[in-house]
Design a protein around this ligand. Sequence first.
Ligand SMILES: [Zn+2]
Length: 474
Amino acid sequence: MTRVSPTRRAASSLLLFLLLSVLGLAAVVSPPASADSIEVVSQSERTDNPAGLTFNTRVRAAAGLKSARLIYKVRNPDADVGGSGDATVSPGTELDLSFALTTNGAERYIPVGSTFSYHWEFEDTTGTRLSSPEREFVFLDGRYQWRSRTEGTAPPVTVFWYGANENRAQIALDATRTSLKQTGDLLETTVEYPIKVVVYASESDGEAAQRPRGRAFDASVQTGGTRVAPDLVLVFVPDVDIVRHEVGHIVTHVAGDGPFGSLPSWIDEGTAVWAQSSPGGGYLGALALAIMSNGPLNLRSMQSATNRPEEVNLFYGQSFSTVDHLIKTYGQPKFAELFRTFRAGTSMDDALRKVYGFDQNGLYNEWRKSKNLAELTFATPTAGTAPVTEATRPPLGFPSGSGQSTTSPQGGSSSAPAGPAAPGGPDGAAAAARPEGRPPPGRAVLAGTVLLALILGGGAVMMLRRKPGARAEG
Ligand SMILES: [Zn+2]
């Protein structure tokens, strides 16, 4: 009936797609045109690569068309985000129209794996209007022949892969389900919406699917995995712990990010590292070194991830250690209660006080004591000051200034604007580095986060690898 684009082929295993194909078919068998009618003959979409998407439609309009507008939505569990665009119409009674949408550019980043829903709205020269049937599809990278598999319930997980990548896809799917279960049990929460995991065969294959970054940054960065939306993870390096970490963020978002604010980074990242099978030597080594030299980070400074590359491993190691301390000392139920309390709309200090009887300063001192470090004296915090930094997470991004932290503002397009940039960052966004996943052995791994499309409520995680000269091995 219509051109089968790579995207459509890729999504063909989805029931949804089949359903929509039926809807598309309905458009074909619509009644013949009369003088004042508009008939949608076909509509389809195609993507050649992650940079863009073209929506095509063939329309019969006996009176000639005046306008054709595409209305699209990008599905997001927090809040759908949408837009529209006009196709250029020309005289004639049967027209092929198209609208091209940039999906990865300066103005917009809609990640591969996003589910689109769209329809066309037509008006002919007599003022007659027609809306085409709504279509839904998963936007996949048109350079590859994607396959998919869905497993499980509560929530179902769909993994997408191509080529000889099936084994990695299964590993990613299993790791996703493990993390959903373990992190869900930890936080006593269930992710209610389906999860999608898009697995590339390599980082270079998936490079075009990542948000554009500065050239200098690219040279030293490896992206292992990215949580790009509340329900969507892109995987570039088939490391179980990268997947478990990113999926951990899916769960912390549901359990902790509330209508009044996102989780402080130390508890969000600490829990995501906890979701890994092991924190990894890079994080723990940096933490041990900091404890030896009495140089840990002040917990209160860890509301957002560090923008200092040299502190990245410590940031993750200490975040994990702090979370681990809470869980091991006071038990899992209280930790889950902390998330619930925060999510209900209090500051982290108030949530900690309510559940544990101490605030972040108290927690930091308790943690220091457990590491045989001297307790610190803090000035009495002024009431009402702390939540400011907690309400929105400062964007931590790339030199291009277009980045967003891993667990970016939740709540989709209607969420609060991004907080102030962390100091030192160019273009209003800090050049951040955060480790993600377990560093490859013998290799210094740093990480960064990107400011992803705010509208998608997503986030991204990058792995930074020191330049070749700094590597212990190739
Ligand atoms: Zn993370």
